[in-house]
Design a protein around this ligand. Structure first.
Ligand code: 2P0
Length: 369
């Protein structure tokens, strides 16, 4: 009979995002509810994406997952399992219960295959793009991009990415922001059920086309402390985090939103650098302390700081903003006209051995987009 069973299939992809206001800390580790709001830029290059194909058939004997071609174990009750349960529930309630003629995909098993087109060794977070692509692909497979749906209506409203962000968030917090392009806020929300902890688009990518991100791979090795474990150590032990959550992030969220809407690079850059600095300060304030930056990271901070000092003296304006996540790699935000200068400056300090094999532990300039 399996020869007769149709296989439904959808492929979706989602890009990496880099936070300017950092997410670090959960108030609910199961639902993944953060202790502060965050804001990121979704990178638009084609070479930094996850692409996921989801298939559903009544003939599949169990739900299976492959990451870059290697099958992974799906742990019952863990993040992926919870995301899929949520998507099945929405399929049943929003589609199958309203239209008895549709196939009962919510009761069938899935085969999911996800690929990153950037090397995992690039040291970039793949969980954000990965869970965003997975959520988008299963949601499309289940017809959820057309909810609320009336069976007799031919009108399909566009996918509500904020609703899907509620699901992606439960896979990996930062994934909720990768469902939108451009400038994206993850509103922490107030409720204990998480229904208001979702991503919203602050501005589309087209709003500020001259803004670019330059990724400097300092070390492509795996980081020492995972984000998931590290942030909860910070929640448990850092006094500084309490004041960051209460006194710092709320005003930064509104200031950086204003800066983005006004395309005010000086404010955008200053807030981005300050928030990266404070994120690494709360890591140092964790007990025992967590170190993500290394000597090369600190040298990049010094170079960008000096470049900005000279530029402010000459023109009154900043030219670049560094930001670092849970590892030593730098992301530098700048506007189009300064990209060449910054690449030349970095190559002066850190000559790239183009003969060496890619993604060894030497300094690499990964991409501009
Ligand atoms: C961010 N990071 O806002 C911050 C900045 C790392 C530093 O989101 O436990 O992988 O899966 O929700 O999303 C990394 O945290 O953690 C992260 P989980 P996630 O981009």
């Amino acid at each position: 009979s399996s020869l007769m069973s149709p296989v439904y299939q959808v492929t979706a992809s989602a890009p990496v995002n880099i936070a300017c206001i950092k997410y670090w800390g959960k108030r609910d580790t199961t639902l993944i509810l953060p202790t502060n709001s965050s804001l990121s830029v979704t990178l638009s290059q084609d070479n930094l994406r996850s692409t996921t194909t989801s298939r559903s058939s009544s003939s599949f004997e169990k739900t299976r997952l492959w990451l870059n071609g290697v099958e992974e174990v799906i742990k019952p009750g863990a993040r992926l399992d919870r995301c899929l349960a949520e998507l099945r529930r929405m399929r049943k309630e929003n589609v199958e219960d309203k239209d008895p003629s549709v196939p009962k995909l919510s009761t069938w098993n899935l085969h999911i295959a996800s690929y990153n087109n950037f090397p995992t060794a690039a040291g970039l977070a793949s969980s954000a793009s990965g869970f965003a692509a997975l959520t988008a692909s299963v949601a499309a497979l289940y017809g959820l991009n057309a909810f609320p749906q009336h069976p007799s209506s031919s009108y399909s409203p566009p996918a509500d990415a904020s609703q899907l962000s509620l699901i992606a968030r439960q896979g990996s917090g930062s994934a909720c922001r990768s469902l939108f392009g451009g400038f994206v806020a993850w509103e922490m929300g107030k409720d204990s059920n998480g229904r208001d902890s979702l991503a919203i688009q602050v501005a589309p990518e087209s709003h500020w086309p001259s803004l670019h991100a330059l990724i400097c791979v300092v070390n492509s090795g795996k980081k020492g402390t995972s984000s998931t474990a590290g942030m909860q150590e910070t929640v448990l032990t850092s006094e500084l985090l309490k004041s960051r959550i209460k006194d710092v992030v709320p005003s930064r969220m509104s200031s950086i939103t204003q800066a983005i809407l006004a395309k005010d690079f000086d404010s955008f850059a200053k807030i981005t650098m300050q928030d990266s600095n404070q994120f690494h300060a709360v890591c140092l304030d964790t007990f025992p302390p967590i170190f993500y930056l290394n000597d090369v990271s600190r040298a990049i901070i010094a170079i960008i700081t000096e470049l900005n000092r000279v530029s402010v003296e000459a023109t009154g304006h900043l030219v670049a903003a560094y930001t670092f996540d849970a590892g030593p790699n730098a992301v530098i935000y700048t506007e189009s006209e300064n990209i060449k200068t910054i690449i030349q400056l970095l190559l002066n300090y850190f000559p790239i051995d183009f003969a060496a094999s890619p993604f060894n532990d030497s300094f690499q300039l990964f991409g501009v987009g």
